[in-house]
Design a protein around this ligand. Sequence first.
Ligand code: BDP
Length: 718
Amino acid sequence: MRIAAFLRGLIVLLAMTASVPAFAEDGYDLWLRYRPVEEAARVRYQPAATALVSGASSATLDAAKTELMHGLTGLLGSAPALSPSVRNGAVVFGTPKSSPIIAGLKLPLEKAGDEGYLIRSVRIDGARATVIAANSDIGVLYGAFAYLRLIQTRQPLENLDIASAPKVALRMLNHWDNLDRTVERGYSGQSIWDWHKLPDWKDPRYVDYARANASLGINATTLNNVNANALSLTPMYLEKAAALADVFRPYGIKVYLTARFSAPIEIGGLKTADPLDPAVRAWWKAKADEIYRYIPDFGGFTVKANSEGQPGPQDYKRTHADGANMMAEALASHGGEVIWRAFVYSHEQPDDRAKQAYDEFVPLDGEFASNVIVQVKNGAIDFQPREPFHPLFGATPKTPLAMEFQITKEYLGFATHLAYLGSMYEETLKADTWRRGKGSTVAKVIDGSLFGHKRSGMVGVANIGTDRNWSGSDFDQANWYVFGRLAWDPYLSTRDIADEWARQTFSNDPAFLKPTVDMMMGSREAVVNYMTPLGLHHLMARSHHYGPGPWVSGGERADWTSVYYHRADKAGIGFDRTAATGSKATSQYAPQVAATFEDVRKIDEKDLLWFHHLPWDYRTRSGRTLWDELVVRYTGGVSDVTAMRNTWAGLSPYVDKERYAQIATFLAIQEKEAQWWRDASIAYFQTFSERPLPTGYAPPPKPLSYYEALSFPEAPGI
Ligand code: BDP
């Protein structure tokens, strides 16, 4: 009797909890949440997806099947049938090789290229079906994700006629992860690579990592820090990297490793790493052969050399091309490539660090082997909240380039500041280099079309770590997402991508989407304003880059200080990079671009103090003096964050309480820190401007000495 009552109680309890998710929303599922669609959508979608029809299998096609099964079951509430034949509501997926049905349809698969896909509504023997077809298995997997995205973003499933192929060949993440699991500039926990337990323990998270990347079309990953450790090229670590490569292979992700230039000395017992030394060349050749025995489809090396103290060919009076070509030669017979970074600056103190990469690489154009890609940061300094596009884009017609964007937010407030980087990426990609006349955008350099390169790339410095939500905050996931989508197609609108991400990550309700997407789109400009308005840059605290440090001076190198970049004095503020009176960095751009940057009347004020040193009383376009304009912008950045907080406060009905609460708290942190940035910067620059704040603008509540004394020796990410 008592047992029966207990069982009845248990049944009631189970029935009650059945509709509640098994665990709280914690961000782990990223944009692949596959939560049940609303009833109205289910009624619409379900008839179109009642069965899955596959053909021959492969690891990649199995991954597509598993994803479709998992996704459709989650979204539509019941598992589609696995059917050998087509019937109404069938989703047929595969390649002409794997599926005779697809072969029979004679689809215009040339539109899909090697890696793309077609998604089409078709009739097969009278039955209404949808095909996800591609020339390659990986194209099918990408198509499967795209198909699920249609449902997740509530697009119609009728009359589909979609063709999509990636515009950029190399779509890569760089992990700045160390073998001890610390992450350089990482703000989301430890490295997800558990080197110590690899190769035996393969954390299931690796599969979810691969799924997330494949859902965007990311096809390469450099596992370890550009400040490389030669140990990662030793057998013990190669075996571990091979285990990861095995997990990623079905998802189309190739593994690359960073190669420390001095590895022949450190792990090879040689006396030199001179790239023209035959023994050194033989060492790299043997090393490459060895790596390919572990990882038969190894992608190649990512190399940081002669930059920030890293070893490189210049240590032996050789060039970047000598260094890159030596490694390229070692990899060539295996189909591997070298991604050589252009983020370089020499030991000598330069008159303007912004000019270094261009000066070193332009003369080498045409000297790199055909399997070398040069990887260039979006701007010439270092991942600032805003930089004009790097002058190398378009300046090396014979050398294919890869864009390097930072996804992790080293200079943008770390994980707690909401800054959607889509607008920053888009600003750079749309910039016109004018190298082959009007319309020679950076995007055309990056997709290879401007100079007809087949291979070129887009690389993102990952923001991925062991945090349950992967990226440190839910909104930081959007930066991984937008990076990946733009790597697939650098011409996509980042507003559309924000909308697409928000739909999948949170809600399709228009009342949620409009304010959220607006907030995302304005968020990076808010950061620019409260940190570095009007073209100011590199004003973060020394080394960890957390918080304001416009007063940073002295130390090892002038170009590691803030005063080097803002050059504030009693007369004015800004870095004169003009050809007329300054460092002449403007002349590294095409004449049309240089003429605009050179002229204060023509330049967009967003870049004003990047290129000009101007008096405090200089009249900006608002009619305000430069000093007043700075104060207005700093203050505006803070009010924008307050507005973001208010927006979010109104959105609680649309978001689960766990994610809602964390985001609300992070926005409060951001507001506090934006205020700190504004107050500290104004307090500091006022010592030069010696002018009052415009009326109505509150003075900093504390004296400058207070802000200068703040110290954060344990700030994350170093
Ligand atoms: C800077 C980082 C530093 C990196 C360097 C790089 O502060 O930690 O090693 O870039 O890209 O942004 O090599």
